[in-house]
Each structure stands twice: as structure tokens, then as C-alpha cells.
Design a protein around this ligand. Structure first.
Ligand SMILES: *Cc1c(COP(=O)(O)O)cnc(C)c1O
Length: 393
């Protein structure tokens, strides 16, 4: 049995995972669990998914040797350009995979949660493409601070529901989407945007995102003669782009895997989102995982300058890879991410998402061996973050 990559039949990666859900959600989650592998393995599914990934998303995304960045660090640094995907990030890979799956299960309506709005936009896009009704739950605070993405979702025909409970951000939007699903169980599929939630979501979403590392291996082989970089680096909110970038390297121990968590204003500041550094084990959004909590188990409000990393926990596989030591975690502050993001603009002419800038910032934290090969997953583009960058220029 393989526990590093795939969960056991109850959805556990080591001691994390499972499906802790109310009775009223059981039918939907069971239907998904009993069907997802078989549907994903069918020729019909694969052909439709692969065609959309190539002709609609624009895959394979380039693996770009960033020469000026490489010169600065004395290494061969490749950027996996998920920022060039349609809708601007890796989120579209998962949204398309899940909507094809939902169609095959006969669902008529899609719901989703979103923080920065990237997953909401990807889901609204997939729904428009398929002609399926789309409802997106979004915290009131995020609705206000991510106005351009709210506009995009509306243009794409989605209904955006502002959530005013709790801290009015991502975790509250997730709670609200789960509540809605419970009261509309029959014709609705819930497209979760990361490798979080009850089994089978963490496994299913990782599989949809695994196209990232599948391509990295192939592209690196073409460019360098070997499929294996020395290191792969990705940022972690819930962990979907990291899971995708790590997936086909997990078994290859010679490849060091590094996850960048958002330290916010600093690990000891009380304003952070670094779940492995500050979290404890508990149940969050349907699975057992690491998240920031008070002594009596209440979720602690996260903080990160990037809305996509502003989540109190991480997915169960990410928690397992932390516990087992397979993935190394680095904490990156808001300020360090800003500096690294601006550096990429000037060295390479690429404006990265502030989330992705956290991955770039780890270059200053790891001990780079001269001439080594590093792949950084550039999870998204920074157009949505211009205001954040400009305020600090
Ligand atoms: C949503 C998002 C993330 C964080 O989510 P993961 O599930 O951890 O990948 C990172 N980068 C970008 C650009 C995003 O939109």
C-alpha cells in the first residue's frame, strides 16, 4: 500500500485525511467517492479533459529557464508557467476536471467557494463553457478586496453570494458552500478549489493538478536530458498547486520538495497563515489535518497579504508530507514575498501572483548548491495583485 501519494480506502494519508461530514452530506460525498476513479480512468473522460487542457487552457504550460534569475542565484532555475493558463492560474485544471466529472454524474448545478476569486473565476469559466448554472460563495471582505474577480465571475454568468458570517473570508465561504450543498443534495456538485475537504476531494484534486509535474518531467527531460530536478518549489494555501507540482516526484527521494507557506507579518506576530509552523491536528472542513487553532480548538483567523494563501490550514496530504519529512516547509513573510515578486518583474519581465511570489522568496532561504536545477511552480499571474504591489513600490 502506497501512503505517500495515495490515501488508503478511508481517505487517510498517514494520520491525516478521512471524511468528517454531517449525515446530510454523506450521499453526495459517497456518490463521488464511489465513482471518481472509474470516471477519471475512462477513455471518454480522459479525451474530453485532455482536449480542453490543450485547446482551451493552452497546455502544456511552458517550462521556462529564467536566465537572469538563474545568474543571480548561480543555479539553473526553471519556472513552470501556470500563470499562462487561461484565467491566469493552475485553478482551471481542477475546475475543468471536476465539471466534466459532475456532468458524467448527471449534476445540473455547480457551487464553489472562493477567497481571492481565482477559483471562483475558474469555476464560473468552466460552467459557462458547459452551460451549467454556477453559484459562488465568497466572504464579504473578499468581495470588497477582490472586486475585479467578482466582476469577471458576473460577466461569466455566475451568481456571487457574499458571506457575512464569521470573519467574512475564505473559511466562512467554505462553511456556507457546505451548508448549501446539504440543503440542495440531489442535482448539485460542489467544486472544491484545493486539496482540502472530505475524502475523496484531496485525492481527486491532486490528480487533476498532477498534470503539472507530469509535464515538468517530460519538459525537463527534453531540455536537460534528465527528468529530475534537484528541487521543486511551490507555494501552499490549501496545497493544490504544490500537490500538482510534487505529485510525480513524491516517490523520487533524490528530488527535494519545498513548500512555501505564508508567514504573513511573521510567525510570532499573530498575523500569519503558516499552518505547519503554527498549526495543530484537528478537523477542518471535513478532514483531519493541520490548522491554526486556539487551545480549545477554535479556528484562528489567518493573515496573508495574498488572498490565495489566507487559509488557516493545509490539505491532509500536505500535513502528512510535513509529518513524514518528505516535503520541507519554509515560512515566507508578506514583505519577503513582495520583494521576490518585484524582483521577478525586473529580472524576467514576469509579474507573478503574490501567492507564487512566496515560492520565489524561498530562493533566499535555501542553501543553493552551485549549478543545481530548481523548478519553481509559478502558480499564477499577478494582474489581480497590481494594487497590492503598487501600494508598496
Ligand atoms: C489559489 C491560489 C494559490 C493557493 O492555492 P493552492 O491550493 O495552495 O494551490 C496559489 N497561487 C495562486 C495563483 C492561486 O490562485
Amino acid at each position: 500500500m502506497e501512503t505517500k501519494l495515495k490515501p488508503d480506502e478511508r481517505g487517510y494519508f498517514g494520520s491525516f485525511g478521512g471524511a468528517f461530514i454531517p449525515e446530510m452530506m454523506q450521499a453526495n460525498v459517497t456518490e463521488l467517492r464511489e465513482n471518481y476513479k472509474q470516471i477519471m480512468a475512462s477513455d471518454e473522460f480522459r479525451q474530453e479533459f485532455e482536449k480542453l487542457l490543450s485547446d482551451y487552457v493552452g497546455r502544456p504550460s511552458p517550462l521556462y529557464l529564467a536566465t537572469r534569475l538563474s545568474d543571480k542565484y548561480g543555479a539553473h532555475i526553471y519556472l513552470k508557467r501556470e500563470d499562462l493558463n487561461h484565467t491566469g492560474s493552475h485553478k482551471i485544471n481542477n475546475a475543468l476536471g471536476q465539471i466534466i466529472l459532475a456532468k458524467k454524474l448527471g449534476k445540473k448545478k455547480i457551487i464553489a467557494e472562493t477567497g481571492a476569486g481565482q477559483h471562483g473565476v475558474a469555476t464560473a469559466t468552466a460552467c459557462a463553457l458547459m452551460g451549467i448554472e454556477c453559484v459562488v460563495f465568497m466572504g464579504e471582505i473578499d468581495v470588497a478586496r477582490q472586486a475585479p474577480n467578482v466582476g469577471r465571475m458576473k460577466m461569466l454568468g455566475a451568481t456571487v453570494v457574499p458571506v457575512s458570517s464569521g470573519s467574512k473570508t475564505l473559511k466562512d465561504a467554505t462553511n456556507e458552500a457546505m451548508r448549501y450543498w446539504i440543503s440542495n443534495p440531489f442535482d448539485t456538485h460542489y467544486i472544491i478549489g484545493s486539496v482540502v475537504g472530505p475524502h475523496p476531494y484531496p485525492d481527486m484534486v491532486a490528480r487533476f493538478q498532477s498534470v503539472i509535474s507530469e509535464e515538468i518531467r517530460k519538459q525537463l527531460k527534453e531540455k536537460t536530458g534528465t527528468e529530475f530536478p534537484d528541487r521543486v518549489i511551490a507555494c501552499v494555501g490549501g496545497g493544490s498547486n504544490a500537490s500538482g507540482a510534487f505529485f510525480h516526484f513524491i516517490e523520487d527521494e533524490q528530488v527535494e520538495l519545498i513548500a512555501a507557506e505564508a508567514a504573513g507579518k511573521g510567525l510570532e506576530s499573530g498575523f500569519t497563515a503558516a499552518a505547519t509552523f503554527k498549526g495543530k491536528s484537528g478537523i477542518l472542513h471535513g478532514s483531519k489535518t493541520l490548522f491554526m487553532q486556539t487551545d480549545d480548538g477554535q479556528v484562528v483567523e489567518p493573515h496573508s497579504i495574498s488572498a490565495g494563501l489566507d487559509y488557516p490550514g493545509i490539505g491532509p496530504a500536505l500535513a502528512h508530507w510535513f509529518e513524514s519529512g518528505r516535503v520541507k516547509y519554509e515560512a515566507v513573510t508578506d514583505e519577503e514575498a513582495m520583494t521576490a515578486g518585484k524582483e521577478l518583474c525586473l529580472l524576467e519581465g514576469i509579474i507573478p501572483a503574490v501567492e507564487s511570489a512566496h515560492a520565489l522568496a524561498t530562493l533566499d532561504k535555501i542553501n543553493i548548491r552551485p549549478g543545481e536545477t530548481i523548478v519553481i511552480n509559478l502558480s499564477g499571474r499577478g494582474d489581480k495583485d497590481l494594487e497590492t504591489y503598487l501600494e508598496r513600490l
